[in-house]
Design a protein around this ligand. Structure first.
Ligand SMILES: C[S@@+](CC[C@H](N)C(=O)[O-])C[C@H]1O[C@@H](n2cnc3c(N)ncnc32)[C@H](O)[C@@H]1O
Length: 298
């Protein structure tokens, strides 16, 4: 379940020492997965993205297969179904293919994240918000419904088309811009909040992104970044979607928490908040980072 496609030629068999080391590692990880499964209260399980915990187990299963039978991985199981393993695609192309299914596959399963984002944002009426990688408008639409003036940017015309359709159905005035967050011309627009969910993982580096957004912050403005936790990604939470029998992996980059911190400080901004949640789990699934006003110079 790592985000890379299966290689056409299988890796060489592991040495007996490496195989023992791997097996011991897997046994430890399996025990952690088991305790994660035991700890999640049934009510919270409903809020998980599809098959999250199962994914951890599947990941381990795949690692076991890699150790015991290299080259045997042509299928990928997700959400209770078996999919062919698609090759990883660049975001523009990848999201172009999943756009029509995105909202349905997500199916409101990221409620845990949405709840925290709205709690942290507080009152939105009259606020100017930039939603970077807005996709189909999962946040842009409710931001606008709560009275914010929303600008959404996305590099996938197909994802934006879904957002446009939803905006027109709800009669909400969204400004939607087609382009790469690192290149799109934002002119002299300034925002109270630069927000992004599940999108900065597609940027190779965070520091240039935060630096690019800084001039577009109003005085007192903040940058709020929400994504899957980097360690959960390392454990195999995939980025992509199962569509019509094939799991479409979309190329992403894992940003350790320290990178968020560095990105803020390099841009001369304050690293204001870090939430790794749910915190009672063995491995938190999500990360939320808030970056705020410039660091005061004495
Ligand atoms: C997983 S979707 C998230 C969409 C939405 N924010 C949400 O939370 O449902 C990631 C989105 O980021 C967009 N994206 C990826 N890289 C981007 C970039 N460099 N600039 C703008 N958008 C980007 C993709 O096209 C896609 O719509």
């Amino acid at each position: 379940m790592p985000n890379e496609p299966a290689k056409s030629s299988p890796p060489p068999p592991l040495s007996p020492e490496k195989q023992k080391e791997e097996t011991e590692y897997l046994a430890r990880r399996l025990e952690q997965c088991a305790s994660t499964l035991r700890e999640v209260p049934p009510a919270d399980q409903q809020k998980l993205p599809p098959g999250t915990l199962l994914l951890l187990v599947r990941y381990l299963e795949e690692r076991i297969l890699q150790v015991l039978a290299p080259g045997s991985l042509s299928e990928f199981r997700w959400g209770g179904a078996t999919h062919r393993r698609g090759s990883a695609q660049e975001p523009r192309e990848g999201y172009g293919q999943v756009a029509a299914f995105y909202d349905e596959v997500l199916g409101g399963r990221f409620g845990m994240e949405e709840q925290l984002v709205f709690e942290v944002l507080g009152e939105l009426r009259g606020k100017a918000i930039l939603d970077v990688g807005c996709g189909t408008g999962r946040f842009s639409i409710p931001f606008a419904e709560r009275g914010a003036r929303v600008t959404g940017v996305d590099l996938s015309p197909e994802m934006l088309a879904q957002a446009r359709r939803r905006a027109s159905e709800t009669n909400l005035p969204l400004e939607l811009m087609d382009g790469d967050a690192m290149a799109v011309d934002l002119g002299d627009r300034r925002f109270d909040v630069v927000f992004s969910s599940l999108a900065v993982t597609h940027l190779p580096e965070l520091a240039p992104f935060v630096a690019r957004m800084r001039p577009h912050l109003r005085s007192g403005g903040r940058i709020l970044l929400s994504d899957m936790h980097p360690n959960a990604q390392r454990m195999g939470i995939p980025v992509g979607m199962p569509i019509e029998g094939t799991y479409r992996f979309i190329r992403h980059h894992i940003h350790p928490i320290s990178e968020y911190f560095e990105a803020a400080t390099c841009a001369g901004l304050t690293f204001r908040r870090l939430v790794e949640y749910p915190k009672e789990w063995v491995q938190p699934l999500w990360v939320l980072v808030e970056i705020g006003e410039p660091v005061a110079v004495r």
